[in-house]
Design a binder for this molecule. Structure first.
Ligand code: HEM
Length: 521
């Protein structure tokens, strides 16, 4: 009996001790949270903002006309608040908008502030957990592994495909007749074909109708944007029950199954080589050494992905491979498609510029426009390069990009950004700021004759997390535009001009329209 009482006393003592430890732990956590949170709030309270509602924040105002009001409302706030940093409340979530060159430099040039913010969690179903979203060690190792896929030797070998796709684009524009043509639907399909044929090495039937793919991509962008600019849709278990989430899953199925068909075909054709490397009988180095042509500098994105090993000496898992394919195809295809549509609109609206760009084609071809383009020709397109840059200034495909502040950060004017806050860097605003670009709404490619700071003009971001596909995109866009204007003359639309909106990437509520006629010369 005495023994039982003794044991009971020990149990009670242990429980009491555990409870005390738990209470002390929770109290410390509460005190820490209170100080951390009040410090966080104190710093945010110093930022400019406009009145907002509890729980909803600015969301109702931002979305009063759906996705089409988000960018105009943000732009209005930016103008009202002195074209500098300001706070936006997306429901309970804070976003600090940053647009000043010196602040952009501080964040993008940092090797520590490389983590993406909460918005990217909503983008993951589309982009996959690949290079765009990864962080830390895994991001560094994937970035190092995939960088050779954009070596100039690789880009050189893509010029022929880019030109073929551009010729199909030109023919499709001419097939539409005399009226206004919505160009982003056509460029979306063509850039998908171009990327599949180059980065993945998979030839899709050129006549295959991919309008389902293009429509699904547009729907994905629309739905994901609605989720980002909402006050409750970040609660995942609730969101997944909605009809919107079901529609999103259906559209993702359409786009991802297109990518995975291409991936499976490539895996099949490279099976033998993959097995040799996985079994250790060959290494990437031994394979690339033996063959003069097949050097690491000439390996495409998909070859690097399927044959490389991690720093631990393991091949990439199937999941990692699929994630990178989703990332590269989604990040690469829609950005270039929107850029191409907007460049053609800018050419249509500026006949002098279009004429100069055409004269440049005559010069680099020595007067024979039927001669196929070479990589050297593309490099020689100096004027076209400025046209592409100027269009990306006014219509940057990536309107904004996010970061999480992971260490105490003080901006150039002394503003402290609290650890944990999410920031949004907005090239669309920086590029349209009259303090940064004189007469910013004027389309003037020659403004790039002068050196422009990396942090005043950053359509491809800057610093260690800049766009890995930048050179591929510039080569493709110059090659496409050079080819198109050799065949087609573009004219302003009779109907709607673009009404720029943000739907993850740039978009237009009224389409990106122009008219096209066969060029006479
Ligand atoms: C006009 C075309 C393009 C534009 C304007 C563009 C713009 C950008 C921007 C602004 C970022 C940074 C995003 C962020 O920090 O959240 C980025 C990242 C990225 N882009 Fe592009 N991009 C283009 C084309 C491409 C192409 C063709 C590819 C691949 C084939 C590509 C693949 C990527 C990847 C993988 C990243 C993530 C890089 C990293 O975090 O290490 N992009 N792009």
């Amino acid at each position: 009996m005495k023994e039982i009482k003794k044991t009971q006393a020990v149990i009670h003592q242990s429980i009491a001790m555990l409870l005390t430890v738990a209470v002390v732990f929770l109290a410390t956590l509460a005190v820490f949270w209170f100080f951390y949170s009040s410090e966080y709030r104190r710093k945010l309270a110093l930022l400019k903002t406009e009145p907002y509602l509890p729980f909803f924040g600015h969301v109702l105002r931002l979305t009063k006309n759906g996705n089409s009001s988000v960018l105009p409302v943000l732009e209005k706030m930016w103008n009202n608040l002195g074209r500098d940093k300001y706070l936006v409340k997306l429901g309970p979530l804070d976003q600090v908008i940053i647009t000043k060159t010196e602040d952009i430099e501080l964040i993008l040039s940092s090797n520590v502030l490389i983590e993406k913010n909460f918005v990217y969690k909503f983008l993951e179903p589309w982009f996959g957990n690949g290079l765009l979203i990864l962080t830390g060690k895994k991001w560094r190792s994937h970035r190092k592994m995939l960088t050779p896929a954009f070596h100039f030797k690789i880009l050189e070998s893509y010029v022929e495909v880019f030109q073929e796709e551009a010729q199909v684009l030109a023919d499709q524009l001419l097939d539409q007749g005399d009226g206004d043509i919505e160009m982003s639907h056509i460029t979306s399909q063509r850039s998908l074909f171009a990327l599949c044929r180059t980065a993945i090495g998979f030839d899709m039937n050129v006549n295959k109708d991919m309008s389902d793919f293009a429509a699904s991509t547009q729907m994905i962008k629309k739905i994901m944007n609605q989720r980002v600019f909402s006050s409750w849709k970040f609660i995942d278990p609730l969101y997944q029950l909605t009809g919107e989430a079901k529609k999103l899953r259906e559209c993702l199925n359409v786009t991802h199954s297109t990518f995975f068909t291409a991936l499976r075909a490539k895996q099949e054709s490279m099976k033998e080589m993959m097995e040799l490397i996985a079994s250790g009988k060959e290494t990437l180095e031994s394979i690339t050494k033996e063959d003069d042509f097949f050097t690491k500098k000439r390996m495409t994105f998909i070859e690097l992905l399927l044959l490389s090993k991690t720093p631990e000496g393991e091949p990439l898992t199937d999941e990692d491979i699929k994630n990178e394919v989703k990332t590269f195809m989604s990040a690469g295809h829609e950005t270039t498609a929107m850029a191409a549509a907007f460049i053609m609109y800018c050419l249509a609206m500026n006949p002098d510029v279009q004429n100069k760009a055409f004269q440049e084609q005559l010069e680099i071809s020595g007067g024979d426009l039927t001669k196929p383009l070479t990589y050297k020709n593309v490099q020689d397109m100096k004027y076209m390069e400025r046209v592409v840059k100027e269009s990306l200034r006014l219509y940057p495909s990536v309107v904004a990009m996010g970061r999480k502040i992971t260490e105490p950060t003080v901006l150039k004017d002394g503003t402290e950004l609290p650890v944990g806050v999410s920031v949004l860097l907005v090239p669309y605003f920086t590029h349209r700021n009259p303090e940064v670009f004189k007469d910013p709404l004027k389309f003037d490619p020659d403004r790039f004759l002068e050196q422009v700071s990396l942090y005043s003009y950053y359509p491809f971001s800057a610093g260690s997390r800049n766009c890995i596909g930048q050179k591929l995109a510039m080569t493709m866009l110059k090659c496409w535009m050079g080819t198109v204007i050799r065949t087609v003359e573009l004219f302003p639309p009779e109907g709607a001009h673009p009404e720029v909106i943000v739907e993850i990437t740039i978009n237009s509520a009224t389409g990106v329209n122009a008219r096209a006629r066969r060029r006479q010369y």
